[in-house]
Design a protein around this ligand. Structure first.
Ligand code: 5CA
Length: 439
């Protein structure tokens, strides 16, 4: 993409309404535009990141054996009356009436909708287990939408639902999701800690929140410091095998959110110098609630013994749009965003220090073509702007590499490659760059 043609409305000034760094940088980097309180349009740069996150989430869901579907945003109120949640959900639910006077709602989550689908099509234990997920917009009329996409009213969620014959099989499904969450967040460049959690309006008796430690997190969390330097990607995972030992390993040490915190146990279980009390951002939440929804919605299957049972269910959410903000909270400096390579909107920012100079233009056009050919995503700053503006914008949008082409370097046959994360720069011969970036 050529920056001279790209729709990237960056801002020099910090918007006054943005109180946390991710919100400020998302507005300044032209990633989003507020439409109304807690509701945003995603502009090209923001959308690229959102799609990358979505794709990593999808790949890890698929690897765990879950199957993608797509359910609607608008649901019938009657379904929610059956589960008893239509009244319970209160003012957070956006209620709509269609032209025939039927009560509808904009889905805040999809337990009822997905259970209806399974109830209609799955009748026998032989059709189980099944895990279904979708990546779809949700609406919750939050009292205080704030911090940009972190607590929106409209937000993108990946929600998965597992269906099993009994509680043991349900536990195995929960474990698969649990492990796929650890892997998903690690691939996104985040260290997420699974913490015992409250189940809130979703219900059930087993639940973990996946938390990123960050000063601007909305909740207080307590955990063992060992969680901060674990690497789940170091080992491969066999989703057909027994995942309980891995889950046990990740739940053995103390980690709890505010609601579940037990100060006495924390002090007993964690040595003083390993106790972390911090703020946390909830990026995922998994629940196991048995037949809470399957019973009222009639999702029953025949059992091997000839009887009938309600299926055992869990539900598993990831805040996809919240993750964009959470990643920035975890990965930035005072100049701007520092994207983890896996979710960066482009891999390379190619800076032409003197647009209009024949040699610089030719070298940049050549790199631009070759990088694109090699499948390396590149944003070429070919605008007629001062070098200072170009550097500042490139630092702000946080691409992992900056390739800087200027008249002086070119004369000596060199260009400069800068690593945005470390700030390290190196002079490279003009024709060594591609091999370096492809690596
Ligand atoms: N049905 C279950 C799991 S599928 C559920 O709705 N869980 S949840 O309420 O915990 O939401 C799942 C995830 O969505 C949360 O962990 C959080 O990352 C994200 N999320 C929830 N509310 C918001 C919001 N207002 N803005 C942005 N992300 C949100």
């Amino acid at each position: 993409m050529r920056l001279s043609q790209y729709f990237l409305p960056t801002l020099k000034e910090t918007p006054s309404e943005a109180r946390i760094v991710s919100h400020r940088y998302m507005l300044r980097a032209g990633m989003i535009r507020q439409a109304s309180a807690g509701i945003y349009s995603w502009l090209p740069l923001g959308l690229r990141v959102l799609k990358k996150i979505e794709q990593i989430v999808r790949e890890e869901q698929n690897a765990s054996g879950a199957q993608e579907i797509l359910m609607p945003t608008i649901q019938a109120a009657d379904l929610w009356r059956q589960s008893g949640r239509y009244e319970d959900y209160g003012k957070e639910m956006l209620r709509i009436t269609d032209r025939h006077g039927r009560d509808m709602l904009y889905g805040p989550t999809n337990e009822e909708q997905v259970t209806e689908i399974v109830a209609a099509h799955i009748k026998s234990f032989r059709q189980l287990p099944k895990s279904l997920y979708h990546i779809q917009w949700k609406f919750r009329d939050e009292v205080r939408p704030r911090f940009g996409v972190m607590r929106g009213r409209e937000f993108l969620m990946k929600d998965a639902y597992s269906f099993d014959i009994d509680a043991d099989a349900g536990r195995a499904a929960y474990n698969k999701m649990f492990v796929s969450y650890l892997r998903t967040f690690a691939r996104l460049g985040l260290q997420a800690i699974p913490m015992q959690a409250d189940t809130g309006p979703i219900g059930g008796d087993m639940s973990h929140e996946f938390i990123i430690v960050a000063d601007t997190g909305e909740s207080e969390v307590f955990c063992h410091a060992d969680y901060l330097d674990r690497d789940v990607l170091a080992r491969s995972v066999d989703y057909d095998g027994d995942l309980q030992p891995l889950v046990d390993e990740w739940t053995a040490l103390y980690a709890a959110t505010d609601e579940m915190h037990d100060p006495a146990r924390f002090e007993r279980a964690v040595p003083a110098d390993r106790r972390i009390t911090a703020r946390g951002i909830e990026v995922g939440h998994v629940f196991f609630f048995g037949d809470k929804y399957s019973k009222p919605l009639g999702a029953t299957v025949s059992t091997p013994g000839g009887g009938e049972t309600a299926v055992h269910m869990g539900s598993y959410g990831i805040g996809v749009s919240r993750l964009v903000g959470a990643i920035i909270e975890a990965c930035h400096d005072d100049k701007g965003i520092v994207w983890p390579p896996a979710v960066a909107p482009f891999k390379v920012g190619l800076i032409n220090l003197r647009s209009g100079d024949a040699a610089c233009d030719a070298a940049c056009n050549d790199y631009y073509a070759k990088l694109n050919q090699a499948g390396i995503e590149v944003l070429l700053d070919d605008r007629e702007e001062r070098a200072g503006t170009k550097f500042a914008d490139m630092d702000l949008i946080g691409l992992p590499w900056q390739l800087i082409v200027g008249p002086r370097g070119l004369k000596g046959g060199d260009v400069e490659l800068k690593n945005r994360g470390t700030g390290e720069t190196e002079e490279l011969p003009v024709d060594a760059v591609l091999t370096r970036l492809a690596g």
